[in-house]
Structures are given as C-alpha cells and as structure tokens.
Design a protein around this ligand. Structure first.
Ligand SMILES: *[C@@H]1O[C@H](CO)[C@@H](O)[C@H](O)[C@H]1NC(C)=O
Ligand SMILES: *[C@@H]1O[C@H](CO)[C@@H](O)[C@H](O)[C@H]1NC(C)=O
Ligand SMILES: *[C@@H]1O[C@H](CO)[C@@H](O)[C@H](O)[C@H]1NC(C)=O
Ligand SMILES: *[C@@H]1O[C@H](CO)[C@@H](O)[C@H](O)[C@H]1NC(C)=O
Ligand SMILES: *[C@@H]1O[C@H](CO)[C@@H](O)[C@H](O)[C@H]1NC(C)=O
Ligand SMILES: *[C@@H]1O[C@H](CO)[C@@H](O)[C@H](O)[C@H]1NC(C)=O
Length: 371
C-alpha cells in the first residue's frame, strides 16, 4: 500500500523538470586548478548510490569516479579549492529511502536544493544539517520528508533562503486526491523547536517558505518572535500551517516584506493591521480563508507596488476604495466578506493592470475577468 503510494507520487514527479541539467560551472576558468577533492567526490558517489533512478529524469551519468566532480551534473565548486559549494538536484524525481549521511560531509555547501525528489516519506534527519554551516540557500520543498524540523537547521546562520514547504497545488489534477496521496502525505512539524526557536539566529534570512508545515503548537504566539529575529525578511509564506490567533505587532518591523502569504490557516484572527500599509515594497498579500475581522485598512489598496491582494473568505468590512492612477493591482479578491460602499465611476478605470476582480455583498456579486 505504502509502496504503491510512492510509485504513484513518483510517476507524477517525472513530469516535472529536473533543473540540474548541467554542472553549475563555478570556478572552471581552470579545470586543473578546481579539480574536485577526492573526499568530496567520494561523498557524492555515496549519495548517488543511495538513489533509485526508476522514475527519475536523470540517472546522473556524469557522476563517475575518477572524473572531476566539479563538472558533474548539478554540482558547483568553489574557485580553486575543489570543494563542492552547489548541489542542485531540484526536480530530478530521485527516490531514496532516506537522506544519506554522506550529504553532511559536503561541509562547504552554500546552495543545497533537494526539492521535488522523494526521500521515501522518511523522517528529516535530526542531526547533520548543522555541519553545512556555510549554507545560504536550503530548499527541501516537496521532497517527502516528514517529522520535526531539526534544530540543526536553526544553526545555519548564513541562511538567506529557507524553503521547507510543500504545496497542495503541486497536484496536477484530482488524481492525487483520488488515490489518497495528499491525505496520506506526512508533513513537517515545528513544535520542538518552535518556529520562534528555529529562526532565532537566522538573522540573514530574506525568504522563508513554510507552507503546509504544521505550526499549530505555536498557538497565538506564532509570529511574536519574527520581527526581532529576521529583520530583513522579504518573503514570509506560511499558508496551510494551522496558525491561529492575531497577526502580532512584532511583524511591524518587517518593512522589507514584499510577499506575505498566510492563506488557508482558518484561524488567523483579529484585524488586518494598519502597519501593513507602511510596507512600501509589499506586492503580494494573501490572507484568504482565515477568521480576520474588523475594518480593512484602506491605505493598503493605495500601496504603489501591490499586485496581488486576496483577503477573500474572512469577515472583513471596509469601504471599496477609490483607486488612484498608477496602482499595480492585477488581482483583487475581496469575495465573501462584508465590504460595502459605492464603486465610484472612473475609480476602477485607474486599475490599468487589473486582470481579476472578485467582490460581493452590497457591491458587485460576480467575478469579472478583464484582460
Ligand atoms: C591552470 O592551472 C595550472 C596549475 O595551476 C597552470 O599550470 C596552468 O597554466 C593553468 N592554465 C590556464 C589556462 O590558466
Ligand atoms: C564523512 O567523513 C568522515 C571523515 O571526515 C568519514 O570518516 C566518514 O566516513 C564520512 N561519512 C560519509 C557518510 O561519507
Ligand atoms: C524550491 O524549489 C521549488 C521546486 O523546485 C521551487 O518552486 C521554489 O521556488 C524553490 N524555493 C526557493 C526559495 O527558491
Ligand atoms: C542561538 O544563539 C544563542 C546565543 O549564541 C544560543 O544560545 C542558542 O542556542 C542559538 N539557537 C540555536 C537554535 O542555535
Ligand atoms: C524596497 O525596494 C527597493 C528597491 O528594490 C529597495 O532599495 C529598498 O531598500 C526596499 N525597501 C525596504 C524597506 O526594504
Ligand atoms: C493614468 O495614467 C496613464 C499613464 O500613466 C494615462 O495614460 C491615463 O490617461 C491616466 N488616467 C487617468 C484617468 O488619469
């Protein structure tokens, strides 16, 4: 039963594109000088041996002992030292029963992408990641890991981008639901350490994707530590995380945010804070399917960079805004709330970029597609 599930999920994966089509070619001005170190090649070969290629988009043919691993598919090295700094196997559809510990001997890695592979629904390694202390980019999204996100990841102080998400919409059609794959899928959890503990020392973080990670145990404090811990954050994506309670004022210091996605948590409640209107670079605000109420800050409509605004399916009220010339809005979804007021003639004609609009209540009860 479990095996059938994996086979099918892999079958779906093979339709995805493996991005690792070629070597990353860092520091190949002189191939001799950057010839990979034997211990690095050995770790990679061990890793290769832990993969099953039945459903993959590549069999890693270039990964051959005795050749320069800096030239292998998906690999990049530092200049001159022959140490592997890039391992990009994202979207390769590789299968493995677990994550081989040889990975953690690649201690010079800066960029690690194992997304869209299938680690057999195994537990994410509790220990090991802390050895990859130079990592700036870590992408484990949709790789089949489950269980508690290890504190080891919270020790990677150089991280700029962390993606542990899995996304429901990855399912190409209803097939996955029919076969119960989505329901049978095991998720990552942030309980001990909590989200707050995990990010406490990740002060360089710019992008944090945790969609579908179970963060329910943080309770109402789910974002109370973020403002202080990750001041430079630009992307905060926590859809489907079972978050509950208000958007904490701690977030008000995250003025660099360009993307906020808290969709589909169900129990994110309280008001949409006025301070979001001070985030000059905000371009995506997704708050749909929550329990937000009160008056929606009109100034958010006026943000110059806002492109995608979806607060549908809450209990918000507010006035339909008068849009000024020069807004960037492409999608505006206020559906299933309690917005009211007149649409002023000419106001919407200022929305030169608008492609999708959904309103209801006393205003307009339909979805328009304007192209
Ligand atoms: C490459 O490096 C080797 C050894 O350091 C050196 O002898 C050779 O001249 C270099 N070749 C080029 C094209 O720079
Ligand atoms: C990792 O490297 C150590 C030596 O630094 C070695 O003893 C060990 O076997 C290596 N482990 C793996 C899994 O390659
Ligand atoms: C992680 O990988 C997925 C799938 O390959 C990709 O869609 C996503 O953009 C990546 N995340 C980041 C932060 O680059
Ligand atoms: C963060 O740093 C502090 C001070 O160095 C340390 O006590 C704490 O254990 C660190 N947290 C993590 C998750 O590594
Ligand atoms: C907003 O974006 C601009 C241009 O990318 C950048 O220079 C500026 O620092 C950003 N503002 C904040 C508060 O991050
Ligand atoms: C809005 O600005 C565009 C160009 O920036 C201009 O062509 C258009 O006439 C303006 N519309 C209104 C209603 O002022």
């Amino acid at each position: 039963m479990a095996n059938a599930t994996h086979l099918l999920s892999l079958f779906i994966l093979i339709q995805l594109n493996c991005v690792a089509l070629s070597s990353h070619g860092h520091g190949h001005g002189n191939a001799t000088a950057s010839f990979c170190r034997p211990d690095q090649a050995a770790s990679l070969v061990q890793l290769k041996q832990s993969f099953i290629f039945d459903y993959s988009t590549t069999t890693l043919p270039s990964w051959q002992t005795g050749t320069d691993c800096c030239l292998w598919e998906g690999i990049g090295c530092d200049d001159g030292g022959g140490r592997v700094t890039v391992l990009d196997l994202g979207g390769c559809g590789l299968y493995s029963y677990s994550c081989h510990a040889a990975l953690f001997n690649l201690t010079s890695l800066r960029y690690l992408d194992l997304s869209m592979n299938d680690f057999g629904g195994s537990r994410i390694p509790a220990s090991g990641f802390q050895r990859l202390s130079k990592l700036t980019h870590l992408n484990l999204s949709y790789s089949g890991f489950y269980g508690q996100v290890p504190i080891a990841i919270g020790k990677l102080k150089s991280l700029i981008s962390l993606d542990l998400s899995s996304r429901k919409n990855i399912a190409p059609d209803e097939t996955m639901h029919t076969y119960g794959i989505v329901d049978g899928y095991n998720f990552l959890v942030l309980r001990e350490p909590s989200l707050e503990t995990l990010v406490a020392n990740l002060t360089n973080l710019r992008e944090l994707y945790l969609d579908m990670v179970d963060i329910s145990s943080s309770g109402e404090e789910w974002c109370s530590g973020l403002g202080e811990a990750v001041p430079h954050l630009q992307v905060l994506s926590m859809a489907d995380c079972q978050l509950q309670g208000p958007i904490h004022s701690s977030l008000s210091s995250l003025r660099s945010l360009t993307v906020i996605n808290l969709e589909n948590n169900g129990d994110v409640s309280g008001v949409v804070p006025e301070f979001l209107a001070d985030f000059r670079n905000l371009s995506v605000l997704r708050l749909s399917f929550n329990d937000l109420s009160g008056w929606f800050p009109e100034r958010i409509f006026q943000l110059k960079n806002i492109r995608f605004l979806d607060v549908s399916n809450n209990r918000l009220s507010g006035d339909l805004p008068e849009f000024s010339n020069g807004t960037s809005l492409e999608t505006l979804n206020l559906y299933n709330n309690d917005f009211s007021g007149m649409i002023k003639p000419g106001s919407f004609s200022n929305l030169l970029s608008l492609k999708e609009l959904a309103l209801d209540g006393r205003g307009v009860g339909a979805i328009f597609l304007m192209d």
